[in-house]
Design a protein around this ligand. Sequence first.
Ligand SMILES: [Ca+2]
Ligand SMILES: [Ca+2]
Ligand SMILES: [Ca+2]
Length: 319
Amino acid sequence: MARNNLFIYFLFFLVATSYSQRDKLNFRKDYRYLNGTDSFYKIHTMHKKWQDAKDVCAMEGATLFYPEDQNESDAVVEYMKATQPFHWVYVGISSLIVKGVFETVDGRSVNDVYAHWGPGEPNDAAGVEDCVILRNDGTLNDVNCDNKNPFVCKKTLDSLEWNTRCDMPYSDYVFEDNLGKCYKFHLGPKTWPEAYAICNAELSYLAVINSQDEADHLKKMTELAPKDHVQGNFLRGAVHLGFHKRGGEWKTIKGTRLEDSGYSKWGNQQPDGGDKETCGSMFYNGHFNDLKCDTNCFFICEHDVGSLGSAFDDRFGDD
Ligand SMILES: [Ca+2]
Ligand SMILES: [Ca+2]
Ligand SMILES: [Ca+2]
């Protein structure tokens, strides 16, 4: 009897520990898993140009969706019809490399995936149609890439990597024990608004320093980041952080006055930019600096562990 109990407990243990995030079919709350596709989808309702749509999906760790086959086209079209008023979305197919050669965002021929064109399409109307939409009758049409359209991002279950320490789907965020937070040092130089949007797309925010310990940690992260290999024209010596000047006052992006945020050490002679430098950054030595918001430099995102509070955890129990 005792042995049986032990065996049952062992089985339970096996099942419980294999209940990974993948089994929960959870990527992000704003992505929906569609049965029969092994993938998650998000319909972006903010209309964007094709290239911008592609970039937004990449920022979310996903790709601009295109149908693999009839089954996937049907599933997404059904989801779109059930939830949205619009009649088409951009998909990850274009002929931007060579006109007339339609390829997916990952370089496959449209004929190897889903090439169900509408009648008379593709027609390259006026010679300016290089990007493709999927209409809710399931057909494709080439349109002008500068048109702003809604679009769909896709994440395959296979490509999902759950970051257990940080409880988020981005594996390059690193948990810091003493602070109980996760951070990512971004090595692609961006403007302050771009950096802000990228952190947001990663379910995080442009880092806010709340203590000397946190300042020390971000300084150390900056020291260790392989910055010297990065080529290009950008500002070295500072990284964007989550504070800015609003209404003549320096505040964190959470709305707290900088001097009340737990850390507000400015660098020598800083801030020195008056109304021209209204975005916040940190010199590599950990001291604050004001910068022009369109300055390209590195930046750090911060993630609050447990902030996502996945609904799937409630349904399946915690693991
Ligand atoms: Ca067309
Ligand atoms: Ca912080
Ligand atoms: Ca300055």
